[in-house]
Write a protein that binds this ligand. Sequence first.
Ligand code: NAI
Ligand SMILES: N[C@@H](CC=O)C(=O)O
Length: 804
Amino acid sequence: MKILKFGGKSLANGQGINNVVEIISRSVQNKERIAVVVSARNNATNELENILETAAAKQDYVHLLDAFKKYQLQDFQYVDLSKEFDKLEKLFSGVHLLGDYSQKIKDEVLAQGELISAKLVTQILNKRGIQANFTDSRALIVTDEKFGDAQPLEKASKQRVLKHFATHNGKTVNIVTGFIGSNEKNETTTLGRNGSNYTAALLANFLDAGELQNFTHVDGIFTANPDLVPTAQRIEELSFNEANELANFGATILHAKTIIPLIEKNIPLRILNTFNPQCSGTLITATPKKEGMKSLSIFENMALVNLEGRGLLGKAGVDARIFNALGKREISVSIISQGSSERGIGLVVNAKDATQAVIALEREFEYDFYSKDVNKIAVVDDVSVISIIGLDLSSFHKPYNALIKNQVVPILFNNTVTGKNVSLVVKRSELHKALNVIHGEVFEISKKINIAVFGHGLVGGTLINQILDSAINIEDRKKIKLNIFAVANSKKLLLNSDGIDADWKTAIENSETASSIETLINYAKAHHLENLIAVDNTASAQFVENYKLLIENGFDLVSSNKIANTLSFDFYKDLRSHLDKNQKQYLYETNVGAGLPLIDTIRILHLSGENITRIRGVFSGTLSYLFNRFSSEEVSFSEVLKQTIANGFTEPDPREDLYGNDVGRKLLILARELDLQNEFEDVNIENLVPEHLRDKSVEAFLEHLEEFNPIYTQVKEQQEEGHVLRYVGDLYGDLQKEKGKLDVKLVSVPGNSVLGQVKGADSIFEIYTESYGDRPIVIQGAGAGAAVTARGVFGDILKLTEKG
Ligand SMILES: NC(=O)C1=CN([C@@H]2O[C@H](COP(=O)(O)OP(=O)(O)OC[C@H]3O[C@@H](n4cnc5c(N)ncnc54)[C@H](O)[C@@H]3O)[C@@H](O)[C@H]2O)C=CC1
Ligand SMILES: N[C@@H](CC=O)C(=O)O
């Protein structure tokens, strides 16, 4: 025997009720022995409650009742529900007359919802030729007298159930009303929250059913509410214990009281979807294939009541008084937290009970206020509780760190001593984001990283395409979902919380959103985006001013833009202390040597105590390419310069390379990595641009490139035989002091020397250290170019995802 239970949404008009009838018919045709338990249809219970309130308020309820009746018969005019409708009319008219009702009357009213539902299903099945028997569970489930939340009397109920099924379970399917019973005086009672599930579980228990199939409107139990966490996954199997934990922690689909009758008889419970019958749902058994399942469950509308007092330390009985005062008002406390100083106790209660809780505590502790033992009772409204079920404190650091990194600071947390679960109280406004952050950390499901790209020129544009091309692969391999939710240039902003696609260029061209850092930050907040990274691929000094705001709003930073690291040393320090304060990271490997692993290498050497004594090399890809070709080919300086620009090696403003500023900046960045406090003005730069071209606009400058030719032809010709020109950066001096020496200059070196052998747009860096002596560590490779630089930026993004 199987018990099939259908919830309200399953029984709604249209696809729901049609599928229910199909499912039952198929079972009957397959000769399965089944009994069916039904809830009231769709919103019937709420509607009946509303009509009752309206009648009690002596307002016009008739149109509401008519609408209710119309819905019930909408597609089934042939079904006779006159008995239930008459009953409702009489009950409501009485309540309207009196202007009041008792819980007993309410139970009688609500019971009609289940009676209508069971009768309707029975008659539809009968019309299809299926022998179905309307079963009023008031004749089966005997309860105590607690109207609204009655307790079944198991022995008497079992006897009646067994008797009924002995006579009515031949070829006939019993369609049983859920939720309702009757007391020993034959008065209608209801079983409280989750009552229909309870009825189904009791029947399963009494009849020794092989399985209870609970048909809902969802595919089963998920690792978190899929409406809030899009990456939530259906759990295939759960143990009864795990399901019980879930039920205790607010998973509305289950309730502890519905699990217990099943555990007693070891009856599997399968949660199924009426609207997706192919889905195998979630199976709950005593021995699931896999145990240790984790899930997140929430209590959304909660409040935190804080009782504080200096005189509470060591005082016995304070907590007992608190719970006694709350208990008298039937206020249940879901989480309790008390520090060892006993100066305060925090209690999480349902938001609707918060005011009553405060009143109760104020009364109870009135005299303690006078004696100044208690000085404050306050409420933090709008909090939510997230419970991580299946997790203990040994692995709590991962979600906790991720929350802090995402600027969600839990108001309090606690764990259960037995069983595995940790609960956190967070501001309700942060619930959505917190859930997604925790989910990404706890489950081996993709962690989502939300990226905003500023500047989509050569490097930025290439980076976006690289990310889009590899995102699926990275998600498969690393369980990291890279989601570019924003792209900005100086004028426009493209926003899409689900991530931009390959058509992003057209999308940003068509975007009507003006570029604004505030708009972008607000968008990220409104969409509860977690794990935020801002990528600066501009060369803008103005944009750098946004860094602090981005950091404060939870963004880690990645930058190919060198400006932030080369402004004043005060700015440099201030930025780092801001990063520390907000626990944010800033990575900029591509600032020197494009995609080459230079900054990391120097940082690690320096951190490990290795004394770096000198760094020298060809720092600029642009100038490397320019002088490599100019030195070895019969070609004019201006011609190679034009090709260098066309190759995308130069800065957005190519004069920055030729003025020597770009190399100067790189040198300064490395110096500061070594904790030197140099300023940009300390760099001795040999400017490659003839003086008369220095104050021209970029456009005018580019029209006068030929004027470089006589100067550099002469420089080239004046070299020694076999020598080549190289534009070299040199950091030297006593690098243990406050400042080092930084030179940037054009030199002539033998063609077969280390620097002389550099080819293409390669950079080369010689790192001299105490341990390596006069044989420096050499890092060499492409020092410029959109593809390698974008790859370096991409690397920084991935490093951040791992650090998180
Ligand atoms: N090209 C290369 O080989 C390397 C470049 N870099 C750095 O990469 C950065 C980008 O270089 P490219 O892509 O070559 O330059 P680009 O000129 O092609 O792109 C820069 C983009 O930033 C945009 N932009 C400017 N101000 C902005 C603002 N306030 N907000 C949003 N967008 C803004 C511009 O409209 C432009 O599209 C530069 O800082 C450069 O120093 C670093 C290493 C190597
Ligand atoms: N213009 C720069 C680009 C990289 O930083 C260079 O050529 O090195």
